[in-house]
Design a protein around this ligand. Structure first.
Ligand SMILES: N[C@@H](CCC(=O)N[C@@H](CS)C(=O)NCC(=O)O)C(=O)O
Length: 229
């Protein structure tokens, strides 16, 4: 059985949504960041980078959303995570879409939501966030244009890229990015989160949040709406 290591509200939500779309049973392992569990030997033995998601498979552990999603899409083609193709160029184009999320956008999300991971001087935070916001606007604009013309990022059908961009939107707008900046992304996020697989992933996250809260370990990003700055 597959086992997903995750923490609520993180990019592991993208892999979790994909697993829900596939519809097979899977186990989860919850990492309490507030307790430093991502730096403990037990988890470093799973992913030496100390990051979620990490997916235990019968063949071994896979890390990096992009790799996990590509593997899941090929292993469970009926789930429609990515459009089916045998064409190497089309596959490379799909990879480019995924890498845009993981390599271009996610680092900007980190800078915007958690500037303290970039500089430990709190005085730097506003500058880091402002630059990240500017770059996010630039990088999101072409995606918003695509969503002005189509329901989903790859056209008429949902793909796992939609779950990825929905997570990015959730994370930045939850941290003060103006959710009116790109109406098509706002609409897209609502549609993506209305899908059954997203709701199932959110339900698992809520249960995990409740478990963490009970232990006094629920993490809230410092710039979250309503959080103390
Ligand atoms: N490139 C990685 C990024 C994974 C990542 O940064 N995950 C975050 C949560 S969203 C994490 O585990 N951060 C903990 C850390 O970096 O120490 C991927 O796409 O899987």
């Amino acid at each position: 059985m597959l086992k997903l290591w995750f923490a609520p509200n993180t990019c592991a939500r993208v892999t979790m949504t994909a697993l829900e779309d596939i519809g097979l049973e899977y186990e989860t392992g919850l990492i309490a960041f507030m307790a430093g569990e991502h730096r403990k030997p037990e988890f470093l033995a799973v992913n030496p980078s100390g990051k979620v998601p990490a997916l235990e498979t019968p063949q071994g552990v896979l890390v990096q959303n992009g790799a996990i999603l590509s593997w899941l899409a090929e292993t469970y083609p009926d789930a429609g995570l990515l459009p089916a193709t045998d064409d190497p160029f089309e596959k490379a184009q799909q990879q480019a879409e995924i890498f845009r999320c993981s390599s271009d956008l996610h680092p900007l999300v980190t800078r915007f939501v958690m500037p303290q991971m970039i500089s430990s001087d709190p005085e730097d935070a506003p500058r880091i966030r402002a630059k990240a916001e500017e770059m996010l606007r630039f990088q999101l604009a072409p995606l918003a244009d695509r969503l002005d013309a189509a329901d989903w990022l790859l056209g008429d059908s949902w793909s796992v890229l939609d779950a990825y961009v929905a997570w990015i939107w959730f994370r930045i707008t939850g941290s003060g990015f103006d959710d009116r900046a790109f109406p098509s992304l706002l609409r897209h996020h609502q549609s993506a989160m209305n899908r059954a697989s997203a709701k199932a992933a959110l339900a698992r996250e809520s249960a995990a949040e409740a478990a963490l809260e009970k232990r006094g370990l629920l993490f809230r990003p410092p710039f979250a709406k309503g959080a103390e700055r």
